[in-house]
Design a protein around this ligand. Structure first.
Ligand code: CTP
Ligand SMILES: C[C@](O)(CO)[C@H](O)COP(=O)(O)O
Length: 228
C-alpha cells in the first residue's frame, strides 16, 4: 500500500573529518556511484512515493548538481543547507517538512540500509511514534578510566543506527530543546525532550561510513548487493 505521509530526511551536511579525504565522504564513489546516491536510491526503492529532503553542506550544492548531471541521477528530492552539527542539520531539514506524517531520519553515509529496515521503521513508528534501528554487540565491552577497566555485560547494550523514524509533530517539538554535545542522534533528542523511544532490530550491514576502512567494507557489500 502506498502511504503518502512518509518522508525521508537524509542528512549529509557534514565534512567527514575522520575520513581525511579532500571531497566530503558522502560524495565519494562506491560501486560506481556517489555514496549519497546509493542512500537516496534505497529509500526510493522502498517507495517511489516517498518525499525526500536532502541536507547538504551550504557550500556543496554545485558539487551535488554536477554529480547528479554526471550520473544522470533523476530521483526527485528537495535540498536544504545544513548547519555546523548533525543536530543543526536535522533541525534545518525538519523545517522543510509538514506537521503531519512520519519521517525517517537517516545518515547520508549509510548507503547499505535495506528496504526491510526502512519498512520496519515506518511500521513501528506508525504504532509507537518512534522507531530506532539498533544492533546487539558482537564483541566484549569494558568501561575504562585512567588506571583500570571493568568488564560490562554486553547484553545490556545496543549500537544505535539510522533510520530513526518519528511522528513529525513529535520530532519537530523535540528539536526545540537546547543543543548539547551529548545529543549525537535523534533518539537522544526525543528522549531528552521527555518522550519514550522504541528500538527495533537493525542490520549489521547498515554500516556508517566514517573512516577509510569503512569505505572498503561498504564497497564490497555494495558490489555484492548490486550483483544480486
Ligand atoms: N553538520 C553535520 C554533521 C553531520 N551530518 C551528517 O550526519 C551523518 C553522520 O555523521 P558523521 O558520520 O559523523 O559525518 P561527518 O560529521 O561528516 O564526519 P566527521 O564527524 O568525521 O567529520 C553524516 O551523513 C553527516 O553528513 C550533517 O548532516 N551535518
Ligand atoms: C546518528 C548515528 O549514526 C547513530 O549511530 C551516530 O550517532 C552519528 O554519530 P557521529 O559521531 O556524528 O558519527
Amino acid at each position: 500500500m502506498i502511504k503518502s505521509d512518509e518522508y525521508a530526511l537524509i542528512v549529509a551536511g557534514g565534512t567527514g573529518r575522520r575520513m581525511k579525504s579532500d571531497l566530503p565522504k558522502q560524495f565519494l564513489e562506491i560501486s560506481g556511484s556517489p555514496i549519497l546516491m546509493h542512500t537516496i536510491k534505497a529509500f526510493y526503492q522502498y517507495s517511489n512515493q516517498i518525499k525526500i529532503v536532502l541536507v547538504l553542506p551550504e557550500g556543496d550544492f554545485d558539487t551535488w548538481h554536477e554529480l547528479c548531471q554526471r550520473h544522470d541521477f533523476q530521483i526527485t528530492h528537495q535540498l536544504q543547507s545544513g548547519g555546523n552539527t548533525r543536530f543543526q542539520s536535522v533541525k534545518r531539514g525538519l523545517e522543510k517538512l509538514p506537521e503531519k506524517g512520519l519521517v525517517a531520519i537517516h545518515d547520508g553515509v549509510r548507503p547499505l540500509v535495506e528496504e526491510a529496515t526502512i519498512a520496519t521503521s515506518f511500521n513501528l513508528a506508525r504504532k509507537d511514534q518512534s522507531a530506532i534501528a539498533a544492533v546487539r554487540l558482537k564483541e566484549s565491552i569494558r568501561r575504562v578510566d585512567n588506571e583500570t577497566s571493568n568488564a560490562l555485560d554486553r547484553s545490556e547494550f545496543r549500537l544505535i543506527q539510522t533510520p530513526q523514524t518519528f511522528d513529525l509533530a513529535l520530532i519537530k517539538q523535540a528539536y526545540l530543546i537546547a543543543e548539547d554535545q551529548t545529543l549525537t542522534d535523534d533518539a537522544s533528542v526525543v528522549e531528552r525532550a521527555g518522550y519514550k523511544i522504541s528500538l527495533f532490530e537493525g542490520s549489521y550491514r547498515n554500516i556508517k561510513i566514517t573512516t577509510p576502512e569503512d569505505l572498503v567494507i561498504a564497497s564490497c557489500l555494495m558490489d555484492r548487493r548490486l550483483k544480486g
